[in-house]
Ligand binder design. Structure first.
Ligand SMILES: O=P(O)(O)O[C@H]1O[C@H](CO)[C@@H](O)[C@H]1O
Ligand SMILES: Nc1nc2[nH]cnc2c(=O)[nH]1
Length: 331
C-alpha cells in the first residue's frame, strides 16, 4: 500500500507511522482488529491519537455523513482530516459520495468528530460490527451525542423530493434477521447491557429541540420512521408497499446498525434522512432510482440539513456523563 502524499493543507503528516513501527496497515484486516473487541478498539483509538494528538482526538459530538452529504463537513473548523487508510483496522469505502476520512474539528466551538464515509453492510459482507466500528471508536474518544444522516427514499406519500426528515424511530430489518452489530462478545466497558433497550433510540429531548429550531428557522421538517434494508438493490414496488404498511416513512440501507451500537454506548442520537427520491408504490408505473441521482439530490438539497445541523450543534445541551445516562436509562 502506498501511503498518501503528505497533506499539509489538511494538517496530516503522513510520514508519521500510526503505531510507531514500520508495518503498513491495510484496509479491512480482521487479523489485526476485531471490531467487537473493546481492547482492539482501544488500539484503533491509539492509532488515531498518535496522528492527531489526544486533545484534538477527544470529541463530544459524532457526526456521520450520508451519501452525497460531504458538504456538512464544511461546518467543521480547525480541521484535521485523517484518511481511513491511515487508521488501523478501518475498511475502505466503495460507495460514491462517501469520502473515506475521519475529520476532527469544532462546530460553534464544540468538539466534533465526523465520519465522512460510511461503511454499509452490503459493502462489507454484512459484517455489521465492522460497519459500526467507528461508533465504538467515537465512544472511546468521548462522544456522547451522535448525529446520523442519510440519503433515503420517501415512502410516506406526503413527502416531497428534497424534504428533510427527522428520524423518530427505526426498523432495522437486517437486525431483525440476525444481522446485529451486537452479535458476538459483550463487554461491560461498552457502557450498556447485553440486551440493549431500543426504546427512544432517537433521543426525545433532542427531537423536541430540533423541531423547535426548525420552527424558528421557518423550515419544513418532516418526522418519521426510517427502515433499513440490506440492499444494495433498491426496493420493488411491492416491498415499498410492505414498508409503508408497517409504518415506515423513509427507506435506506444504513444507519440502524450505527444507532444500535450508539445506544449500547449510552450515546444520545439524533438522525436525519434527506429524501433524495420518492419510492415507487406502483408496479405499473416504473420509476427507476439510481445512485447518481441520489447523490445529485443530496448535493442540491442538502443545504437545509447543513443549516439545521449547525444550529442544533450550537444549542445542544452539555454532554451528559455516561454514568448519568446509565441512571437515566435505568441501567
Ligand atoms: O444511507 P446512505 O449512506 O446515505 O446511502 C444511501 O444511498 C445508497 C443508495 O443510493 C445506499 O447506501 C443508501 O443507504
Ligand atoms: N433502499 C433505498 N435506499 C435509498 N437511498 C436513497 N434512496 C434510496 C431508496 O429509494 N431506497
Amino acid at each position: 500500500m502506498t501511503p498518501p502524499a503528505n497533506d499539509e493543507a489538511n494538517g496530516v503528516d503522513n510520514t508519521i507511522s500510526t503505531l510507531n513501527d514500520s508495518k503498513e496497515y491495510k484496509h479491512y484486516d480482521y487479523s489485526m482488529v476485531d471490531p467487537r473487541n473493546y481492547d482492539d478498539i482501544t488500539k484503533v483509538v491509539q492509532s488515531i491519537i498518535a496522528q492527531v494528538g489526544e486533545d484534538k482526538a477527544k470529541s463530544d459530538i459524532g457526526l456521520i455523513l450520508g451519501s452525497g452529504m460531504g458538504n456538512i463537513a464544511d461546518l467543521l473548523e480547525d480541521k484535521i482530516v485523517v484518511p481511513y487508510e491511515k487508521i488501523l483496522g478501518f475498511p475502505s469505502t466503495s460507495v460514491q459520495g462517501h469520502a473515506g476520512n475521519l475529520i476532527f474539528g469544532t462546530i460553534h466551538g464544540k468538539r466534533v468528530v465526523c465520519q465522512a464515509g460510511r461503511f454499509h453492510p452490503y459493502e462489507h459482507k454484512m459484517d455489521l460490527a465492522l460497519c459500526a466500528m467507528p461508533i465504538r471508536v467515537m465512544d472511546q474518544l468521548g462522544v456522547r451525542t451522535l448525529i446520523v444522516t442519510n440519503a433515503a427514499g420517501g415512502v410516506n406519500k406526503s413527502f416531497h423530493y428534497g424534504d428533510l426528515m427527522l428520524i423518530k424511530d427505526q426498523i432495522f430489518l437486517p437486525g431483525l434477521a440476525g444481522f446485529s452489530p451486537l452479535v458476538g462478545e459483550h463487554d461491560k466497558r461498552y457502557g450498556g447491557p447485553r440486551f440493549v433497550s431500543m426504546h427512544e433510540c432517537f433521543d426525545k429531548d433532542l427531537r423536541v429541540l430540533t423541531k423547535d429550531i426548525a420552527n424558528r428557522m421557518s423550515m419544513r421538517l418532516m418526522e418519521g420512521v426510517y427502515v433499513m434494508s440490506g440492499g444494495p438493490q433498491y426496493e420493488t414496488p411491492a416491498e415499498v408497499r410492505l414498508y409503508h404498511a408497517v409504518g415506515a416513512d423513509a427507506l435506506g440501507m444504513s444507519t440502524c446498525h450505527e444507532v444500535v451500537v450508539a445506544k449500547q454506548c449510552l450515546m444520545k442520537v439524533v438522525g436525519f434522512s434527506l429524501i433524495t427520491n420518492i419510492a415507487n408504490h406502483d408496479v405499473d408505473n416504473a420509476n427507476n432510482v439510481n445512485h447518481l441521482e441520489v447523490i445529485d439530490a443530496a448535493n442540491k438539497q442538502g443545504g437545509k440539513g447543513v443549516d439545521l445541523i449547525s444550529a442544533l450543534v450550537k444549542e445542544l445541551p452539555p454532554p451528559m456523563p455516561k454514568q448519568e445516562t446509565a441512571k437515566l436509562w435505568g441501567y
